[in-house]
Ligand binder design. Structure first.
Ligand code: NAD
Length: 250
């Protein structure tokens, strides 16, 4: 999985999976641009839900390396912590906020990066979906629906890029459960609702995973590195679950 000579952009790279993916691509020799809505050292300022922001970031990438071969649409949110998440209670504002980052943000990334990637000789887009796109999710309604949109969009982008002769592949990864701030916040919420400790919630969740372990960010990062590399040169339009078997039993 040698990525030397490749220019990569990872969104939402300030923490969690995005940071791990960016490190993993850099370890394999890619020149990695990291972007996030959160300001931070070495991060390009980027709101993925904003079309103008995408243009600015891609202009910066082009001005720096002249090329883009790898795009990882990783930025994602699960919505306001205190808002109900079931299909009857989900406030419209929460639905729209979640879709604006997860679905619109991913769409805008694919939309605007394709021209630069095609002009760079092609490359790979990897979108972060979720196992929440595979199973019904009344406890995170908008999040699950937004990730299902990402999965479908990925297949459409893959076909479009192939039809245009761009040499761009597009795939999605469905992570299972990784103890990043996003998942820990969810466990914290459930713990409050049930009046038990967050670690108790985490433990009972762990028992539902066939491999009986939470994933590490590295598990996702390695898969993204593979999909971004020439080893996956014939893999496009696929949605790959990296979930310890969770989607087999849920
Ligand atoms: N953690 C899990 O168990 C899990 C499971 C399945 C899917 N995922 C997906 O993986 C991706 C990363 O998740 P994570 O757990 O690392 O989350 P996280 O909350 O730890 O990190 C997300 C990052 O995205 C950034 N971000 C949020 N809104 C943004 C915007 N509008 N523009 C740019 N950046 C923005 C945040 O500032 C943050 O740095 C997300 O798409 C998430 O939905 C995570």
């Amino acid at each position: 999985m040698d990525l030397s000579g490749k220019s990569a952009l990872v969104t939402g790279a300030a923490q969690g999976l995005g940071a791990a993916i960016a490190d993993c691509l850099a370890d394999r020799g890619a020149h990695v641009f990291r972007s996030d809505i959160k300001p931070g050292q070495g991060l390009l300022a980027h709101d993925v839900s904003d079309e103008a922001s995408w243009q600015t970031v891609l202009d910066d990438v082009k001005a720096d390396t002249g090329a883009l071969h790898i795009l990882v649409n990783n930025a994602g949110i699960e919505g306001a912590p205190d808002a109900p998440k079931d299909p009857e209670g989900t406030p419209l504002e929460d639905w729209e906020a979640i879709f604006s980052v997860n679905a619109r943000g991913t769409f805008l990334g694919c939309k605007h990066a394709m021209a630069l990637m095609a002009a760079s000789g092609g490359g790979a887009i990897t979108n972060l979906a979720s196992v929440a796109a595979l199973v019904p999710t009344p406890f995170i309604t908008a999040y699950g629906a937004s990730k299902a949109a990402v999965a479908h969009l990925t297949r459409t982008v893959a076909l479009h890029a192939a039809q245009q002769g761009y040499a761009i592949r597009a795939n999605a990864v469905y992570p299972g459960q990784i103890r990043t701030p996003m998942l820990n916040d969810l466990f914290g919420r459930w713990a409050l609702e049930q009046g038990i400790a967050a670690e108790e919630v985490a433990e009972s969740f762990r028992q539902t995973i066939p491999l009986k372990a939470f994933q590490e960010p590295r598990d996702i990062a390695e898969t993204v590195a593979y999909l971004s590399s020439d080893m996956a040169r014939y893999v496009t339009g696929q949605n790959i679950a990296v979930d310890g078997g969770f989607s087999l039993v849920n």
